[in-house]
Design a protein around this ligand. Structure first.
Ligand code: ADP
Ligand code: MG
Length: 290
């Protein structure tokens, strides 16, 4: 049991494109039982696309897209980029009273209309009925799409079905982690139906969905209270508190600076195979010390 072998473990990890902060991080990594993955940008490519638009009022599809895109100009959420892309280069109306509602969506005024754009919880919170949309929401979500809803002047006007495919190597990486005995959990602010559809595709054991950004660290704490030793894998600013709460935080390469600063382990390649490599090296290193 020498510190030398730990140092060589850290060096070996670097050869695999895995940056380990210190010897202690490698030791903690060797004891992990449970892996928690952020969905968007970690399991998925993080490049969502609008697959379908459905309208529910007399406002035309092109106009619903203009209004939604106008709002999303003020948002840095990955879903915002998808809607702006779909709207193309039409001129967008000016937006007043813009607000970001974290974990829910965005709101504002444009073209003389009051607008809300986001998930079902956001509309319901404002007492806007989504009963008429329920079938379409479920149909899209059960195929793994995220339904983003637009309300105009207090009435549901459109649904944008947005899909963000799994990274090509996510399934193989998760299969390997399963074989190596880890419990695999998805943690997301997205709705449970969408999250479960993607989890099934990915081979995830447990889904924790509909979590507001502030609830992500608390969700990790809950797993720890059950005696699980948790590594959290994420890429976003949102993920930083959960990365800090976990026994080991793992940041995806190319993710936000805050995630990388908080994490004990950073993957140089933006691939979940790096997670499997990091844990395998930690186990091998600590085994050699015993
Ligand atoms: P996650 O990072 O896990 O996707 P977020 O907390 O960022 O979760 O968002 C949760 C949900 O809130 C999204 O799935 C979406 O339905 C809604 N939402 C958040 N921001 C926006 C936005 N700018 N435009 C549309 N919907 C949004
Ligand atoms: Mg993310």
């Amino acid at each position: 049991a020498t510190p030398m072998s730990i140092i060589s473990g850290v060096g070996r990890a670097a050869e695999y494109g895995v940056l380990v902060r210190d010897a202690d991080a490698l030791q903690r990594a060797s004891e992990i039982t449970t892996l928690v993955f952020d969905k968007t940008g970690t399991l998925t490519e993080g490049k969502p696309q609008v697959m379908a638009v459905k309208t529910f009022s007399d406002i035309e599809e092109a106009q619903t897209l203009r209004l939604a895109a106008a709002l999303e100009q003020g948002s840095s959420h990955p879903l915002a980029r998808a809607i702006l892309e779909k709207a193309g280069d039409t001129t967008l109306p000016q937006v007043n009273a813009f607000r970001t509602l974290r974990g829910l969506g965005v709101s504002g005024e444009a073209d003389g209309h009051t607008l809300l754009l986001g998930n079902q919880a956001l509309l319901n919170e404002q007492n806007i009925s989504t009963a008429e949309l329920e079938n379409e929401i479920n149909a899209q979500a059960s195929q793994g799409a995220t339904p983003v809803l637009l309300a105009v002047d207090g009435k549901a006007a459109a649904l944008f079905a947005i899909r963000d495919p799994l990274r090509t190597d996510s399934v193989a990486a998760l299969e390997r982690l399963h074989r190596e005995g880890y419990r695999l959990v998805m943690l997301t602010g997205d709705n449970p139906t969408t999250a479960n559809a993607i989890a099934k595709e990915a081979g995830i054991d447990e889904v924790i969905a509909g979590v507001l950004p502030d609830g992500k660290a608390e969700a990790i704490k809950n797993l720890q209270r059950q005696g699980q030793k948790v590594a959290m894998v994420g890429d976003g600013i949102n993920d930083a508190p959960a990365l800090a709460q976990a026994e080991v935080g793992i940041a995806m390469g190319g993710g936000s600076d805050v995630a990388i600063e908080t994490a004990a382990i950073t993957l140089m390649r933006h691939s979940l195979m790096g997670v499997a490599d990091a844990l395998a090296i930690s186990r091998a290193t600590l085994r050699n010390m015993k």
